[in-house]
Design a protein around this ligand. Sequence first.
Ligand SMILES: N[C@@H](CCC(=O)N[C@@H](CS)C(=O)NCC(=O)O)C(=O)O
Length: 204
Amino acid sequence: MKLYSSKLAPSPLKVLIFLKEKAIFDQVEIIDLDLGKLEHKTPEYKAIAPNSKVPALVLDDNTIILETTAICRYLESLYPEPNLFGENPMEIASIEMWYSRVTYELMVPLMHGFRHTHPHMSQMEDQNQEYGLAQRKLAIKALDAYDEIMAAREYIAGERFTYADIQMVTSLQFLVRLNRLDIADYENLNDYTNQVSNRPSFSI
Ligand SMILES: N[C@@H](CCC(=O)N[C@@H](CS)C(=O)NCC(=O)O)C(=O)O
């Protein structure tokens, strides 16, 4: 298997963490693309990922899987332990629910707040400053709400570390500061991010 990845990009990082959690990191060849040099926009890479996004997983028979969560679900089916997507109907629903909530309520506004306002993103995004600032405002509200949610829990989707934590912590680690915000201003989120990112799988 080959994984097209990129250093400093949160989506492929989720797959790298997932591979480490599953202890299969060494079974996958990692191909690093430099997004700053637009290596993901070449015709060769577009033949693999027509949307020019990383990550992409290429299987030994050349089948291609795009989308971070699709890749992780495929790996979870092949390597079920340790379980990261839920072991019973309620847990599966809870992980899916928190994954979706974190994605749409927290990650998307943080991402658009960054992509539409940061000068470095002008070559990758058709920027709309007004939209970006409105998204940043929404992100600040979401950070307050999630800081309260994390006051009462150690992990986002239940009693243990799951895929929903990978989604949440990578989003916070990357996107908060890119919106010129400081995670230290959110005590519970800060503690949660520090605790989860101390896992060996996060030291990549
Ligand atoms: N929905 C995709 C999003 C992937 C994505 O946005 N990847 C970013 C890096 S984190 C990318 O390739 N950006 C390049 C670009 O937008 O031109 C997934 O979950 O895999």
